[in-house]
Design a protein around this ligand. Structure first.
Ligand SMILES: NC(=O)c1ccc[n+]([C@@H]2O[C@H](COP(=O)([O-])OP(=O)(O)OC[C@H]3O[C@@H](n4cnc5c(N)ncnc54)[C@H](OP(=O)(O)O)[C@@H]3O)[C@@H](O)[C@H]2O)c1
Length: 302
């Protein structure tokens, strides 16, 4: 019987966790939706349990015999990509609550929940995604299940990549707010490794807040791309007041978009967090400049 359930295994971070568990021959089951793209999981021979955060009985079935839950599942990425069947409320708030309740009923011993940095009270009020994350954190902290709350800083692959408006191929980059606040961008592989260790180590901490080893401002990120490419990159600035106004205006109608604007604002306001917790887990984290150099190199060769 598999003793670990991974939720979100078809996602970017979740997929990296699945690959590590599989490489290390740690038996696990993945909760996947009926229409999830499971090709990578099948090729690794992972046991699949069909279910959905919006279908509580399916969570109970997936949890049979499970002692450890790891979840990265969230509704924001797919919603932003146009999916209509996911939402922050249904997946991140109600779905996570249903998973916590089902884990309690199934006698789960450890619950590793991937949350986020930057969730000050003001930001939780502004950002629906943060509000859902905090609600789940609170449920877990009050639960008899031992919880491990993982709060990574912004991911390099997301916030230094094209989806956040860094387009060296088009020689343009979006600067959110002033762009003068250092952000300790962290590599998704390092986050995945931390999740695996927290799921399997003897005595995990109740929470882990961390970033990568190198904090760069948004302007420094663009400067680094410019140096690597030997070309000027145009900067399109979205002022803080536009981020704030947009997040407020879209909060009810498009909570996913409002959340992205609010998260960009929270990063520009800043949140100091270091890489020491990763090093304490014996992870050597990748600096942001290594990611930038690799992307600039790939851009130069296309
Ligand atoms: N991006 C950042 O900078 C950042 C920073 C800190 C923390 N985080 C956190 O890190 C995690 C990112 O994970 P990721 O990159 O793997 O996300 P992702 O690529 O967006 O994948 C989302 C996953 O959730 C699953 N899912 C969506 N709706 C579901 C539902 N109703 N029932 C069950 N599963 C559902 C998706 O399944 P399908 O494939 O079927 O859609 C997919 O496996 C998130 O928790 C995020 O909050 C991100």
């Amino acid at each position: 019987m598999d003793e670990l359930l991974l939720c979100g295994a078809t996602g970017d971070l979740g997929g990296r966790i699945a690959a590590r568990l599989s490489e290390r021959r740690i038996p696990f089951r993945a909760l996947v939706r009926p229409r999830s793209d499971t090709a990578a999981l099948r090729s690794m021979g992972v046991e699949l349990s069909i279910g959905d955060f919006t279908d509580p009985p399916s969570l109970g079935r997936a949890l049979a015999g499970v002692r450890t839950v790891v979840t990265t599942a969230n509704g924001i990425g797919r919603r932003l990509a146009g999916a209509k069947d996911v939402s922050i409320d249904r997946v991140d708030r109600e779905g996570n609550a249903a998973l916590v309740r089902a884990a309690e009923a199934a006698g789960v011993e450890r619950f590793v929940f991937v949350s986020a940095q930057g969730m000050t009270d003001a930001m939780v009020d502004l950002v629906p995604f943060f509000a859902a994350k905090r609600a789940t954190e609170r449920l877990l902290q009050a639960s008899p299940v031992r919880s491990v709350i993982v709060r990574p800083a912004a991911f390099q692959e997301v916030w230094l990549g094209p989806q956040s408006g860094i387009r060296p191929d088009q020689r343009l980059a979006v600067i959110y707010g002033r762009g003068r606040t250092p952000v300790p961008y962290v590599a998704e592989d390092d986050v995945a490794e931390a999740c695996v260790r927290l799921a399997t180590m003897d005595d995990p901490p109740p929470s882990l807040d961390f970033g990568g080893p190198e904090a760069l401002t948004r302007h420094e990120v663009v400067d680094a791309f410019q140096r690597a490419l030997g070309a000027r990159i145009r900067r399109i600035v979205v002022p803080r007041r536009v981020l704030t106004f947009g997040a407020r205006a879209l909060r009810r109608r498009r909570p996913d978009l409002a959340s992205i604007l609010g998260i960009a604002l929270s990063m520009d306001i800043g949140n100091e967090v270091g890489d020491e917790p990763l090093r304490a887990l014996e992870i050597e984290p990748r600096p942001a400049s290594a990611y930038i150099a690799a992307r600039a190199d790939a851009t130069a060769h296309t």
